[in-house]
Design a protein around this ligand. Structure first.
Ligand code: CIZ
Length: 304
């Protein structure tokens, strides 16, 4: 690493102590950002951590909805999103008014929203879920019908595993949705000995071709316990960093070079340093929206 990089890392460590801060980073962040973080994980692990860390400042290296969830769960803390323009196109595909209209159309259905939603959408929901616990969350509900917001592919994955009617929202993650069956065929031809592991946000026809489908946390568990020495990974490229660190004896290949989320790649070490120095940009969620959204998030956290 260069001297400039080392100086930046030192400055971040110093500021972190001065500000009583903790840095948490999503599995899809740039490797150098993951390496400076105190906690790296999926949104379920990070939401749980945000709710109980003792520090007064949380630097959330991820995208907007994740920092918003931390602010909802920890209203007394200062939650910072170092790259303020790190959004989520999937989260932008659902709005509160449309969710209310959908509920009116299906009054007997529960509304489950993926954490990849705005605070306003969470406030309209009965419960939240992540890709790690979506099946468990839906199974836990009394209702036989479920409006699943906003990812149609995760909805299809859940529908195949529960005994309920799932009413999908027509949203999708542009990064995962662009994977095609041809990508799997080509990757298997290039690495015939490898197992194919994909995220449930991929299209159902792509998921059907995989050896394992799971969230990033489930991918980590799978990669550790499988005897296979080579794995092809169908999720955002940042995930390769944690997989390689945890399994230095195994080979990992990205299923497609197009598995890059530009929003997850926005945060740099300079953003983290500047955010700690200025204690901005701060994410807050207030009033009635927070009070209603926190119920949906806490109900999810109770289920685990
Ligand atoms: O739940 C998350 O954090 C996302 C967006 C993906 C995953 O599977 O971890």
């Amino acid at each position: 690493m260069s001297e400039i990089h080392n100086d930046l890392v030192e400055e971040i460590r110093r500021l972190k102590a001065e500000r009583d801060a903790i840095i948490i980073a999503h599995n899809y962040q740039n490797p150098e950002v993951q390496d400076i973080a105190d906690i790296v994980g999926d949104s379920l692990a990070l939401a749980r951590a945000a709710a109980k860390v003792p520090q007064s400042v949380i630097v959330f290296c991820g995208v907007h909805f994740m920092a918003e969830s931390a602010a909802i769960l920890s209203p007394d803390k200062t939650v910072l999103l170092p790259a303020i323009d790190a959004g989520c196109p999937l989260a932008d595909m659902a709005d509160a008014e449309s969710v209310r209209a959908m509920r009116e159309k299906h009054p007997d259905a529960a509304v489950v929203s993926y954490v990849n939603t705005s605070a306003a959408v969470k406030a309209e929901s009965d419960i939240c879920c992540t890709s790690a616990n979506a099946v468990r969350v839906v199974q836990s509900l009394e209702e036989k019908r479920v409006i699943f917001v906003p990812d149609q592919n995760l909805a299809a994955y859940v529908a195949a595993r529960v005994d309920k009617e799932i009413i999908p929202w027509p949203g999708y993650c542009p990064t995962h949705h662009r994977l095609q069956t041809d990508d799997v065929i080509k990757a298997r031809a290039a690495h015939p000995e490898a197992l194919v592991v994909v995220h449930p946000e991929v299209r159902p026809e792509v998921a059907e071709m995989a050896d394992f489908v799971g969230s990033t946390a489930q991918m980590l568990d799978f990669a550790k316990q499988t005897d296979a020495k080579t794995l092809i990974i169908g999720t955002e490229m940042g995930m390769l960093h944690q997989l390689k660190k945890a399994n230095p004896d195994k080979q990992f290949y990205l299923l497609s070079p197009r598995l890059v989320c530009p929003n997850m790649k926005r945060t740099t070490l300079t953003h983290v340093r500047d955010s700690l120095a200025s204690l901005t940009p701060r994410i807050t969620v207030d009033g009635d929206v927070r009070q209603r959204a926190v119920r949906a998030l806490e109900r999810m956290i109770e289920i685990g």
